[in-house]
Write a protein that binds this ligand. Structure first.
Ligand SMILES: [Zn+2]
Length: 278
């Protein structure tokens, strides 16, 4: 098999590989394995970047329209969350597909040219997973996250799959006139699920990044039939798998819209964000 493979390479590439292998005192297949291993790891490292399409501060200040498209988002990750222009529902990005969880509680398909004022995505490559086979309340689940995360100064992508005794979510209603995020959040419809199968998609973000992304654990829920969900407010898992990915870098988009360029983003929005997102 190895010999066949080498035979199949272009002659020049094969002789280059054999020459390098002789110099390294390796057989050509061993050298090839080394090169491939290094290249694939480099690719993983290079793509392990959290993309945040705009600072969350702008969203808190009521900038609900930006030019970032869903296609832009999917080009940077297959996993994540966010919202849509005019605050038209909660976004879940799972396995490379975008779901729009509107305030009717249903998941809608999203066009590639739809736009978002705020989204966070990453190519999902979990480095660990943990199977939890006992019912937990929400406080216990958060304590478990705290134990699974080696350092709170890093970014993490987190995916939960399994069965939940209870899930409570909300979805922001579409805004046609300007209203601050903190006021919108006070009127958001909530949804309850009992004995439901589904996935949670989200991130841990360090507190010191609070003007850029939502600090703490931030998860969005999608049912296994991919038809319902929303921003997670509370849940009680019964049997789940938790997959984690640490993310050492972030890319922050700064929008070019006139509203963004002329907005006053100097206010400390921490309290508003706390109330709106938790
Ligand atoms: Zn959310």
């Amino acid at each position: 098999m190895a010999a066949d493979f080498l035979e199949g390479l272009p002659v020049e590439l094969r002789s280059l590989l054999e020459r390098r292998a002789r110099l390294a005192n390796l057989d050509p297949m061993a050298l090839l394995t080394q090169i491939l291993d290094r290249q694939l790891r480099d690719d993983d490292r290079a793509s392990n970047v959290l993309y945040v399409s705009a600072p969350v501060n702008a969203l808190v200040e009521g900038l609900y329209r930006e030019d970032t498209t869903i296609a832009d988002i999917l080009a940077r990750g297959d996993f994540g969350l966010g919202t849509f222009n005019d605050l038209d529902g909660e976004m879940v990005v799972l396995d490379g597909k975008v779901y729009q969880l509107r305030s009717d509680g249903n998941a809608h398909d999203v066009a590639a040219d739809a736009r978002t004022p705020f989204a966070c995505v990453v190519p999902f490559m979990p480095y660990s997973s943990e199977d939890i086979d006992e019912p937990l309340d929400y406080a216990q689940l958060n304590a478990l996250f705290d134990r699974l995360i080696p350092s709170k100064n890093m970014l993490y992508a987190m995916r939960l799959d399994g069965r939940f005794d209870y899930v409570r979510t909300r979805s922001v209603p579409r805004q046609d006139a300007y209203k601050p995020l903190v006021e919108v959040a006070r009127e958001q419809p909530e949804f309850e699920f009992h004995d439901v199968e589904g996935s949670m998609v989200g991130f841990w973000t360090p507190t010191f990044m609070q003007s850029v992304a939502v600090p703490g654990y931030h998860l969005h829920f999608l049912t296994a039939d991919r038809r319902h969900g929303g921003h997670l407010l509370e849940c009680r898992p019964r049997r789940i798998r938790i997959s984690l990915q640490h993310i050492p870098r972030m890319e922050l988009g700064l929008p070019m819209t006139l509203d963004y360029l002329t907005a006053d983003l100097t206010r400390d929005t921490h309290k508003d964000l706390q109330e709106a997102e938790h």
